[in-house]
Write a protein that binds this ligand. Structure first.
Ligand code: RFL
Ligand code: PHB
Length: 390
């Protein structure tokens, strides 16, 4: 088998890259360990930046997102017993759209298959070979048991944080930057009407909480928990008591309902540099991870592959390698800005064990600066709505 770009991973990065390449006349094959059904049912991100929405719209994958997604022109930060609205649209001219990642994936898989895309789900034994030379290969076993070798010009490692592409780069050729946070998020989905028209990020003495949404009848909520917390140990009453306590202002109560999905989510910051080794190009979570507080992970994956697709198109169309040679540096600049923002939101909004009374007062002063001054709010809004792509 042969293709121009072999793509490992059918998450947001891999599928979006494959379609962007197709629109530039470049062939690709996408392979993924998971089945299509599993990919389309896994609950992850919820917030799309304006740049991601624009890109999905331009490539013909935005129709349902515009019909079913919720446009939010602002969000709220709660602390010190009061709510503070960040007027995203007023401050930046941009909004965000709340539309779940698995719905984005359904839309991308559909457009990719409708336009003749080659996406192979449920493969196993994936390995990449000869990545430093001119003819890299991907070996894998198809879902039906047939062993394959895919010859490529380039391999895109879009296989997420636990994938095999990044570790295929010799250790001496990459540098990894890590931060693990001393807490996790307890995430739930529940059957209830929305409690608020906009997302609520709450910094409470008991810890952080986030109120998000999925549909008029399903809500997504999170609260900061200990790293060793076990989701099964919590009764529904205890979960609701914790959420209600953390978001309480002026007698406002969350609408409660049956909790039908729950899980504990690790919080980490991670970057691998550079994003290229020979003919292997990393994008998305394979190369970097952010804590979910800034809602940046999926959006960063989209920004990476936007830059990467443009670079590969210049290489194929005109033999111009300038953009591909600069891919890592170009993408990493935005990656580090998003790393900073995600770390900053996390530091500002969470309770840290061992924090002193001074630390807590300083945190409140920072929240006051960011929500209570026009310059602070604008900085927050610009970063949350998303930096330009490319
Ligand atoms: P993915 O989505 O992890 O996809 C990687 C794919 O590669 C496959 N794979 C392999 N395939 C072949 N061979 C192998 N050896 C393979 N190993 C792995 C996997 O099966 C998978 O299908 O990476 P990608 O495409 O880079 O996309 C990244 C995003 O998924 C991630 O950053 C976001 O979900 C992060 N995130 C959020 N991002 C946002 O922009 N906004 C949000 O509001 C937001 N909220 C979140 C989040 C992530 C969360 N969790 C669960 C970590 C909220 C949560 C709770
Ligand atoms: C979500 O809706 O899942 C969500 C929203 C905002 C975040 C993280 C997750 O910052």
């Amino acid at each position: 088998m042969r293709t121009q770009v072999g793509i490992v991973g059918a998450g947001p990065a891999g599928l979006l890259l494959s379609h962007l390449l197709h629109l530039s006349g470049i062939d690709s094959v996408v392979i993924d360990l998971r089945s299509r059904e599993t990919i389309e049912a896994t609950i992850r991100a919820g917030v799309l930046e304006q740049g991601t929405v624009k890109l999905l719209t331009e490539i013909g994958a935005g129709a349902r997102l515009h019909r079913e997604g919720f446009v939010h022109r602002g969000f709220e930060i709660r602390f010190g017993g009061a709510g503070h609205r960040i007027d995203l649209h007023g401050l930046t001219g941009h909004s965000i759209v709340v539309y779940p990642q698995h719905e984005v994936l359904k839309d991308l898989i559909q457009v990719r298959l409708e336009t003749g895309g080659d996406v192979r789900f449920g493969v196993r034994d994936v390995a990449v070979h000869d990545i430093a030379g001119p003819r890299p290969r991907i070996a894998f076993t198809e879902a039906d048991g047939v062993a394959r070798v895919l010859d490529c010009d380039w391999i895109a490692g879009c296989d997420g944080f636990h994938g095999i592409c990044r570790p295929a780069i010799p250790e001496a050729e990459r540098t990894e930057f890590h931060r693990i946070y001393p807490f996790c998020w307890f995430g739930i989905l529940c059957e209830a009407p929305p409690s608020s028209d906009e997302l609520i990020y709450a910094a409470h003495e008991r810890g952080f909480a986030l109120i998000s949404t999925r549909s008029p009848t399903v809500q997504r909520m999170y609260f900061q928990c200990a790293p060793d917390e076990r989701a099964a140990d919590w009764s529904e009453d205890r979960i609701w008591a914790e959420l209600q306590a953390r978001v309480a202002v002026d007698g406002m109560r969350l609408h409660e309902g049956r909790i039908f999905q729950r899980g504990v989510i690790a919080m980490r910051s991670f970057v691998c540099e550079p994003l290229r080794h020979g003919r292997l190009l990393l994008a998305g979570d394979a190369a970097h991870v952010v804590p979910p507080t800034g809602a940046k992970g999926l959006n960063l994956a989209a920004a990476d592959v936007f830059v990467l697709a443009r670079a590969l198109a210049a290489q194929y169309a005109a033999g111009d390698s300038t953009l591909i040679d600069n891919y890592s540096a170009t993408a990493l600049r935005r990656v580090w800005r998003a790393q900073h923002f995600s770390w900053w939101m996390t530091s500002m909004l969470h309770r840290f064990d061992g924090a002193t009374a001074f630390d807590r007062r300083r945190q409140l002063a920072e929240l006051d600066l960011m929500t209570g001054t026009p310059d602070g709010a604008k900085l927050l809004a610009e970063n949350y709505a998303g930096l330009p792509f490319g």
